[in-house]
Design a protein around this ligand. Structure first.
Ligand code: DGL
Length: 271
């Protein structure tokens, strides 16, 4: 396998762009193949078995590009499908939950960490498990925020509707004594300014994107697989739903000069 092979990144929709953006910043020579399952987002309310099936379908699709690594840039899918995908493919597979947990443990001073995520992620308890594996005495307060993802998928992450929704949803969490809050859904960094405004300056927000990109970098370095040139660097972005909305969000979130070509792929309808 050539070092110039792409890193495949997937999510239920545009959330994984927060990880892709960090990978582009930290590893500018790496080629990215991105898949957002926008037609079937959100994954959060779906049963675990369905999320495993959808993730498997996307990974099988992405394998045709012979990626050197697969990144499940979706907490909901990482929580329930990471081990299934690892057993299925013969390239390294990274999720976003352990990187997020490690970054939070590094940031907290008082040992009290909040986690916000989708229903599926919070129900799985994956963050509590990951945090306590590293630091058993940590206090974890979790909250599902199911209204956030649909706002981001519609491109409304800077709207007054988003501000009201974020404030209403996080109201109770503001009274907790947490000093660190994990954005346990890759869509939430789109709302980071509003979340920070609501939680106040005393709470450090943790997005998995930064630590995940570092983990990708470390792994590629140790495997001797870092891309060695930007020659023919052409990222590819796929989505399963409306390409116009997806394209607009990709253009807004990533740098203008990066060439992105969303391609609509008709996902087989298993729902
Ligand atoms: N971005 C995803 C996550 O990190 C999925 C959100 C959803 O589709 O509900 O969990």
């Amino acid at each position: 396998m050539s070092n110039q092979q792409a890193i495949a990144i997937l999510d239920s929709g545009v959330g994984g762009l927060t990880v892709a953006k960090e990978v582009m910043r930290q590893l500018p020579q790496e080629k990215i193949i991105y898949f957002g399952d926008t037609d079937r987002a959100p994954y959060g309310p779906r049963p675990a078995s369905e999320v495993v099936l959808f993730t498997t379908q996307i990974v099988d699709y992405l394998l045709q590009f012979q990626p050197k690594m697969i990144v499940i840039a979706c907490n909901t899918a990482t929580a329930v499908a990471l081990e299934t995908i690892r057993a299925r493919v013969n390239v390294p597979v990274l999720g976003v939950i352990t990187p997020g947990a490690r970054a939070a443990i590094k940031a907290t001073r008082n040992g009290e960490i909040g986690v916000i995520g989708t229903d599926g992620t919070i129900r799985s308890g994956a963050y509590e498990t990951a945090l306590r594996r590293i630091s058993p005495g940590i206090r974890v307060i979790s909250k599902a925020c199911p209204t956030f993802v649909p706002l981001v998928e519609k491109g409304l992450f800077r709207s007054s509707e988003a501000r009201d929704t974020v404030c209403d949803t996080l109201n109770g969490l503001k009274d907790e004594t947490i000093d660190t809050l994990i954005l346990g859904c890759t869509h939430y960094p789109f709302l980071a300014d509003l979340i920070q405004e609501c939680m106040g300056p005393g709470v450090t927000l943790i997005s998995s994107a930064d630590q995940t990109a570092r983990d990708i970098s470390t792994l590629l370095y140790h495997n001797g697989q870092l891309a060695s040139s930007r020659e023919l660097l052409m990222h590819r972005f796929f989505c399963s739903g409306d390409a116009n909305t997806f394209h607009a969000i990709v253009q807004e979130w990533l740098n203008e000069e990066i060439c992105v070509t969303p391609v609509v792929w008709q996902v087989p309808r298993f729902v």
